[in-house]
Every structure is written in structure tokens, then in C-alpha cells.
Design a protein around this ligand. Structure first.
Ligand SMILES: Nc1ncnc2c1ncn2[C@@H]1O[C@H](COP(=O)(O)OP(=O)(O)OP(=O)(O)O)[C@@H](O)[C@H]1O
Length: 272
């Protein structure tokens, strides 16, 4: 796989095709995180295979979001943040000094809990990432926008109203728009931090179906508090507790025959 070679991460470049890239493999080695004196992650190892959906579960404050945000270096902005260990994507340590964080974030898209479209048109929201990369070719941009909206299963609903404000869409449509905006720059990994917790059941079902379809092209990690959701959509589940990775296995195994008592207690609702 070519996409995450050092070359790509250290020098800005624009893609000139609209084909999908391959999903990436993620590897965490003895990862520890502190916020000032508080240790939020206590030595985690994990390998996430390409083209899989992995759910991060665990009670509030156990470190799921902190761990997720390591993969696109979002924690770098947090005051007092310090990390030890290695995060490798396609074999490249993404915390090396020479890594271009802007480039990294094109490869690793993120979708947040609350849909956060820009106060711009539907089209401009999806085209945004391409335009800030300096891409000017209108035909290319149009094709990418359509492709991303189709991948996010929103195209049929918005194709006649691309100039309409994104803020006029429903919450569920806005979240699919945010997914399209992320997909337009063709990442290889999609990080989702509770992407459906603000949505109604129908919109949630749509996003879940979408996640299922997207794993053909992406490696997906989703933080969720919803056990049914984790068991419905993920191939692997990681259970975190107090900054430690207690169990990480195939989802079916975690939910039907967990190795650890703590996991069982959590998934059966006995704590958290
Ligand atoms: N910016 C920060 N500064 C200081 N401590 C933080 C910061 N962000 C998170 N923490 C602490 O790190 C720990 C892990 O937080 P994190 O948000 O990763 O947990 P989480 O499992 O995602 O929780 P939730 O399910 O409630 O979102 C918590 O104790 C939290 O208080």
C-alpha cells in the first residue's frame, strides 16, 4: 500500500484520481497518555486490521475518546497532554517529528458526536476539503462531491438542492453530510466518536448501515455507549476500563463469551 508512506506524510500532495484508496492497518504499542499528572491510558497494545469495524466500549471516562483521538493526533491540541509508546499506521510511526499532521488528517477522517456542518451550502461543505487542498478542477470537484454524497447515502435526498444551506438539513442528514465531507478527501481510516448519540432511531439505522457498507473501503473505529450498536455493526470490540484495555476480540466472542469478568459485568449492564 502506498498511501501512508513517509513520503506522503511529509510532503503536501493532491490526488489526481477519484478511485478509492485501500484501508489502512493501525498498530498501537505500549501506549500511555497523561493529562498533566493524570494517566488516562495505561500501556495499551492493539492491532486493528484494515477493512474492519472496531467498536470502543467502556464506562464514561475510561479513555475511549482519548485513545481514538491519538490516531489523528487530535490530542496534540490539549494542554498537558503527553504520550509514550508508538502508534503506527501502515507501519509508519505517526508521532515522528517529521510527520506532516495536515497530511495525516487527510488520511484519517473524523466524525464527531454532534453533526457540525459549516454554515455553507451542501455542495460547499463536501467540496471544502478539496478546495483547501488547492484543487480547482471543477469537473473533478463535482465528481468527488457526488461520489462522497453517494457513499454517505445522501445523494438521492440532496442532488436537486446542492446549493441549499447545510444547516437546513435534518440532524441525521447533517451527520451523513459530515461523513460525506470526510470521505471527499478519501481517507483510509474513519474515526467516529459516538456518531449517532444525537440522532433518532431511523437516522441511527441509516448511519449503521452506512458504516457496514463503508468498511469495504475503510478501516473504521467507532466509540459507542450503545451495546446493541457495537454488537450490530462491529467486527471487533475493545472494552476499556480505567485507562486499560481489558479485552479486545471478535465482537461475537466479547458479547457471547467474554474472557474477563469485568467485560461481562459491563455488557450485561451491571456497571457503567
Ligand atoms: N483535556 C483533558 N484534560 C484533562 N483530563 C482529561 C482531558 N480529556 C479527558 N480527560 C480525562 O481522561 C480520562 C479519559 O477521558 P476520555 O474522554 O478519553 O474517556 P471516555 O471513555 O471517552 O469517556 P466518555 O465515554 O464519557 O466520553 C477521564 O478521566 C477524563 O476526565
Amino acid at each position: 500500500m502506498e498511501k501512508l508512506k513517509d513520503k506522503k506524510l511529509v510532503s503536501a500532495s493532491t490526488e489526481d484520481d477519484i478511485t478509492s484508496k485501500n484501508a489502512s492497518r493501525i498498530e498501537a504499542k505500549d501506549v500511555k497518555v497523561w493529562y498533566d499528572d493524570f494517566q488516562a491510558i495505561k500501556g495499551i497494545d492493539m492491532v486493528i486490521k484494515p477493512n474492519t469495524v472496531t467498536a470502543f466500549i467502556g464506562p464514561s471516562g475510561c479513555g475511549k475518546s482519548t485513545f481514538l483521538r491519538l490516531f489523528n493526533r487530535m490530542n496534540d491540541y490539549v494542554e498537558g497532554f503527553r504520550m509514550e509508546g508508538k502508534i503506527k499506521i501502515e507501519g509508519n510511526n505517526i508521532y515522528k517529528k517529521k510527520v506532516n499532521v495536515e497530511e495525516l488528517r487527510k488520511e484519517i477522517g473524523m466524525v464527531f458526536q454532534k453533526p457540525n456542518p459549516f454554515p455553507k451550502s451542501i455542495f460547499e461543505n463536501v467540496a471544502y476539503g478539496l478546495k483547501i487542498q488547492g484543487i480547482k478542477d471543477k469537473k473533478f470537484i463535482n465528481e468527488r462531491v457526488e461520489k462522497a454524497l453517494r457513499q454517505a447515502d445522501l445523494w438521492e435526498e440532496v442532488k436537486d438542492n446542492l446549493k441549499k444551506s447545510a444547516l437546513a438539513l435534518s440532524g441525521g442528514q447533517q451527520q451523513r453530510l459530515c461523513i460525506a465531507r470526510t470521505l471527499a478527501v478519501q481517507p483510509s481510516i474513519l474515526l467516529m466518536d459516538e456518531p449517532t448519540s444525537a440522532l433518532d432511531p431511523i437516522s441511527t439505522a441509516k448511519i449503521e448501515e452506512l458504516i457496514h457498507n463503508l468498511k469495504e473501503d475503510y478501516t473504521i473505529i467507532i466509540v459507542t455507549h450503545n451495546m446493541q450498536q457495537a454488537s450490530r455493526i462491529s467486527d471487533y470490540t475493545a472494552f476499556f476500563y480505567l485507562g486499560e484495555l481489558i479485552e479486545f476480540d471478535k465482537t461475537r466472542k466479547v458479547f457471547t463469551n467474554p474472557e474477563k469478568k469485568q467485560t461481562e459485568n459491563y455488557i450485561t449492564g451491571r456497571f457503567g
